[in-house]
Design a binder for this molecule. Structure first.
Ligand code: SAH
Ligand code: F3S
Length: 433
């Protein structure tokens, strides 16, 4: 009987891809099969996130529960960003953990598995050429890493400390990988990096100069590849050439993530984001002029140290001007080893909560108004998931989630769908062609 692996993945898409890598390694080298049933597992992995404090504190309570419920012989491994930043402290706080494996070291999973109390958390480890393995959660779309680490130094962000310096993966490897997944039937690829449009700044070895725009051009030449998505681009690096390629290349999905963080130029400066409110609005204007159908999502942090009422009003102003299609909004959470951790002009917790509510209420209104205009429209949908009650769901080019009545025969297929009813996060429709 094969050994069983239970893996829980927290955080971002990069963590999801790292989990896929670990599963691939453990299947191939150690004969594991995945299970959703933790108490029957022989190996339990938690792939952690550390961008905010909450998931970190949750980790230790969860570890306690896992330890109580697991099979006696089962090993627990803590992987990912919290593993990178807490290292052996995890073994001190939870001595029943068998090993700790950092976000930049996931390629070594099969190795640490056999070393009791191993702590592998080297953030300078270069696994840029290791980024490809055969395990994929979905047969219809594939995550592909294009870079590892992050070279920015946003003052609130712990990621450069957990994932190290940025290294781009050679484009020939990325193209080969994309070709491979397309040959296996996937029609969509999802390129991943902390800062994708900084691609090509540094490779491990000698490499021809290739920027992100050129990488997109090269990838789109792959026959039978129909959709390219990516996350996350940085507003600072959104030059005209990139926006124009995005708009005119039919294989690039018309959905752009533009992490604003704050609408106040003063706060953006304190965050060391490298752009102003005006630059951000100018990029949105250029993007919408070139590509009117684009949907734009964003990340916003409220109550960064020193954020005044006027600064927050600037964020609200950008929200009203841009009318984002989706926002991910957070209260600022001080992180260890970041520059902002020592900022003393902390915003009162009640004010922070109020600002988050104001922002989210405004967003809900914007989304409801936008959704109301969707009724009766027809979109091309790529179906990728089977839901309950005989529904199949997929995404439009501009990232709306749409479900229709249907069977698994629709999976991996494109269909024209007319929207017949509206929900806040998912639209319902019927196939017209
Ligand atoms: N480059 C990555 C950023 C990873 S962090 C990307 O663009 O996806 C993801 C998001 O978490 C950030 O955009 C930011 O909005 C939020 N975040 C990061 N650090 C944070 C902190 N200390 N407090 C609150 N939110 C934070
Ligand atoms: Fe973090 Fe800024 Fe990089 S948000 S991941 S340091 S671009």
């Amino acid at each position: 009987m094969s050994k069983k692996l239970f893996i829980e993945t927290l955080g971002c898409a990069m963590n999801s891809r790292d989990s896929e890598h670990m599963i691939a390694q453990l299947k191939e080298k150690e004969g594991y099969e995945t299970t959703d049933d933790m108490p029957s597992a022989d190996l339990i992995l938690i792939n952690t996130c550390s961008v905010r404090e909450k998931p970190v504190s949750k980790l230790f309570s969860e570890l306690g529960v896992f330890n109580k419920k697991k099979k006696e012989s089962a090993k627990i491994g803590v992987c990912g960003c919290t593993a990178s930043h807490l290292g052996d402290e995890i073994l001190k706080r939870a001595p029943y953990v068998s090993f700790v494996l950092g976000a930049r070291n996931v390629s070594r999973i099969a190795e640490v598995l056999h070393k009791d109390k191993a702590v592998e958390v080297d953030i300078n480890y270069d696994e840029s050429e290791f980024a490809f393995d055969d395990y994929r959660t979905s047969p219809y779309k594939a995550y592909i890493n294009i870079s590892i680490g992050c070279d920015k130094s946003c003052t609130f962000c712990i990621v450069p400390k957990t994932r190290g310096d940025e290294i781009s993966i050679p484009d020939e490897l990325i193209i080969r990988e994309a070709q491979k997944v397309v040959d296996s039937g996937a029609k969509e690829i999802f390129l991943l990096g902390q800062n994708v449009n900084n691609y090509g700044r540094r490779f491990s070895g000698e490499h021809e100069k290739v920027n992100f725009t050129e990488l997109l051009r090269r990838l789109s030449k792959i026959e039978k590849l129909e959709r390219i998505r990516f996350t996350s681009p940085h507003p600072f690096h959104m030059d005209d050439e990139f926006i124009e390629e995005f708009a005119k290349n039919p294989k690039i999905c018309k959905s752009m993530h533009m992490p604003l963080q704050s609408g106040s130029t003063k706060v953006l400066k304190d965050m060391k984001r490298g752009y102003s409110k005006e630059w951000f609005l100018n990029r949105v204007e250029k993007l919408r002029a070139e590509c009117p159908e684009v949907s734009i999502s964003t990340d916003i942090i409220v109550a960064f140290p020193g954020e005044s009422d006027t600064d927050f009003e600037d964020t609200i102003d950008v929200m009203k001007q841009v009318e984002f299609d989706q926002i991910f909004s957070f209260k600022y959470s001080p992180r260890p080893e970041t520059e902002a951790e020592s900022f003393t002009n902390v915003v009162d917790e009640d004010i922070a909560s109020m600002r988050l509510t104001t922002l989210q209420d405004l967003n809900t209104k914007i989304i409801d108004d936008k959704n109301a205009t969707q009724l009766g429209r027809t979109y091309k949908v790529y179906f990728e998931a089977l839901n309950r009650d005989y529904f199949v769901s997929g995404r439009t080019d501009n990232n709306l989630v749409v479900k229709v009545k249907g069977s698994d025969e629709l999976l991996g297929q494109f269909r024209d769908v007319k929207i017949t009813s509206i929900g806040r996060t998912i639209l319902t429709g019927e196939i017209v062609a």
